[in-house]
Ligand binder design. Sequence first.
Ligand code: ZN
Length: 418
Amino acid sequence: MPETVFDVDVDAPPEEQPSPIVNRWHPDVPPAATIEPGEKCRIECLDWTGNQVVNDDSANDIRDMRLDPNHHLSGPFRVEGAEPGDLLVVDILDLGPFPDNEWGFTGIFELDNGGGFLTDHFPNARKAIWDFDGVYTHSRHVPDVRFAGLSHPGILGTAPSHDLLEEWNEREQALIERGPEAETAVNHETREDQPPLALPPEPNEVLLGDMADDEVEEAAEKAARTIPPRENAGNCDIKNLSRGSRVYLPVFVEGANFITGDLHFSQGDGEITFCGAIEMAGFVDLKVDLIKNGMEKLDTDHAIFKPGNVEPQFSEYVVFEGYSVDEDGTQHYKNSTVGMRRACLDAIDYLKQFGYTGEQAYIILSTVPVESRIAGIVDLPNTCVTVSVPKEVFEFDIDPDELNGHSSDDRGEAANPS
Ligand code: ZN
């Protein structure tokens, strides 16, 4: 087993972990450990909420979630010899849940506390607990679904430089100031209570590893949230970054200061419920290396990904199509977000015919390895987005031919607030 360079305790609060948790991007967070290029290491991770969700049948914890301290991540790790301009090469050797903690969760957040991609349609908190049997998972809250997960870290990335951090903050603040009408892709109608367009630095509940208290106060004003993906990869949520994957990350600071976490047992493309994958605590085994001056050699200032070749096999799909016309009939111009939403809503309506509630179907799309693609983006005025649901994850046949005269079974419901 590789040497463990970061320990967590799933029974302790984030502030009392054996290794100090980090929940923001900032160049000056002191490294939690140093890794040598070519060396393997094991990194333990809390689930992204930092133990806020419990294995029970109530969605109160999702409803009442404190969002400011998320994500709870492991690192930063200083890579010996890494300098700005290099590329950090990260091999994902293995990952999984802890052997004595083989479960995960999926949540639908409340509209006014986090929301999600389809929050207009599903505004209330729900939860599903998933149990793991080796590579397989199933949920008492989503019966008759059982599948092999496609496990991956939702977040991995290098620390930004001070200049890059400033650039992030400026461009995201500019979007916030332009306001909702600047975006056609947010929701089909502009609501008073619409979720924010971006999340500016939030000094509340900041954890910056071992940084001295007097420094944290100043850094917290600028430290970037970990919610969006950016140049450093970050919260990319690429479901295929599983065992055997290799990621090339630009190095912006001395030592690279690599951070990872937000482990997913499985996820569908889009991670649409937002607490969207099967979220878990666990370990990830990595090997790192450096390409000196790699940003110039590969002519990139972004991350590059090479997914591995160990994935569950699905051969048959039912495919749903969405295009740039929203639910009230408004025609949008080449809007892929609207297309994705329509394809997801169609898939949810379809699965409801087999006895699932809308919330259960929403959770299924978010967790099973659903393939979503932009099928066409040149056919004015619509983009065509497809959402492909693997048939093999269901313990019954979801083929359209089976719907002919189908009488729906009762498949229970996801956990409600109690
Ligand atoms: Zn996640």
